[in-house]
Ligand binder design. Structure first.
Ligand SMILES: C[S@@+](CC[C@H](N)C(=O)[O-])C[C@H]1O[C@@H](n2cnc3c(N)ncnc32)[C@H](O)[C@@H]1O
Length: 272
């Protein structure tokens, strides 16, 4: 079997969430999903964690609490493209993470807002051994960021993908992370049945994989997946920034596949 199960670790969420005064819809992960994430942290005990897609920061708080309970001296970086919390512009992205930081002074957590993750690598450093990707879920979304961050991930780094079944739960076009999980090459993938989210024995909404030599060797497959219809078209300055980054780290075939995906999707959308 390719997909392995992870032992769930529920305590961190139960401990920290009541203390930081989360509104009822926070964090954006269910109990099962948080326990899956904390279970992976418990198994792999990463030292350098990158979270892309911070939002209010409820999940960051759970990551902080997990590392504190495990007694692992980790550095945690949480990035959001937007300074304002996307569901309430009067609040800052990561405001719940800041509250958790006050309660967990020994845990290193840095919040970085207003730029793409790879644009902050100078400030954060690379060598991440754990990545959580949870951003827009529509094409091209997380695939663009994963490809840009992969060069800064260690071999054996764990990549956690949230909302891999979002197409069934909220909006039907939110399937980027499932496409990534399915198109990436890895000998170790994690995904297990969740009976919670849809109240039926069901496909889970979270999964993960481990970076190995073949992930990098066969990365063209992920670039190739980018041609599948884009739901939004990033502005040219973003497209160019990603291209510049890919050109530094990947071969001509990958860059060609990226350019081709843009051309196909501009044609679909009728842009020049
Ligand atoms: C679904 S929410 C994240 C939920 C959060 N991980 C949680 O569990 O509570 C998505 C967040 O990703 C941010 N975002 C969108 N595109 C991004 C990108 N390319 N890089 C970083 N953050 C991004 C949005 O501003 C939003 O705050």
């Amino acid at each position: 079997m390719l997909y392995q199960e992870i032992e769930l670790f529920e305590n961190p969420r139960d401990v920290i969430i009541p203390k930081i005064g989360c509104p009822p819809n926070e964090p954006e992960m269910t109990k099962f999903e948080s326990a899956f994430l904390s279970g992976l942290l418990k198994k792999f005990k990463p030292k350098r964690i990158l979270e892309v897609g911070l939002a209010a920061g409820g999940t960051s708080a759970i990551i902080m609490q997990t590392m504190d309970m495990l007694g692992v001296d980790s550095k945690i970086f949480s990035v959001d493209l937007f300074k304002e919390f996307y569901l309430n512009k009067e609040l800052e992205s990561g405001y719940l993470a800041e509250k958790a930081k006050e309660l967990l002074p020994d845990v290193y957590h840095k919040r970085l807002l207003g730029k793409l993750a790879f644009e902050q690598v100078n400030e954060m450093g690379g060598d991440f051994d754990f990545l959580v990707l949870d951003t827009v879920h529509t094409m091209p979304g997380e695939i663009l960021d994963f490809l840009a961050i992969l060069p800064y991930l260690k071999n054996n780094a764990v990549v956690v993908l949230h909302d891999i079944c979002c197409n069934a739960i909220s909006k039907d076009r939110m399937w980027v992370n499932k496409l990534l999980l399915s198109s990436v090459t890895s000998n170790t993938k994690f995904m297990q049945q969740d009976i919670g989210r849809l109240n039926i024995k069901c496909h889970p909404n979270i999964g993960a994989f481990v970076i190995d030599a073949n992930t990098r060797k066969y990365i063209s497959d992920v670039f190739s997946a980018l041609s599948i219809t884009w739901i939004y078209m990033p502005e040219d300055n973003y497209l160019n920034a990603y291209r510049e980054e890919y050109s530094k780290h990947y071969d001509d075939e990958c860059v060609w596949l990226y350019d081709a995906a843009i051309k196909v999707n501009k044609k679909i959308k009728g842009c020049k």
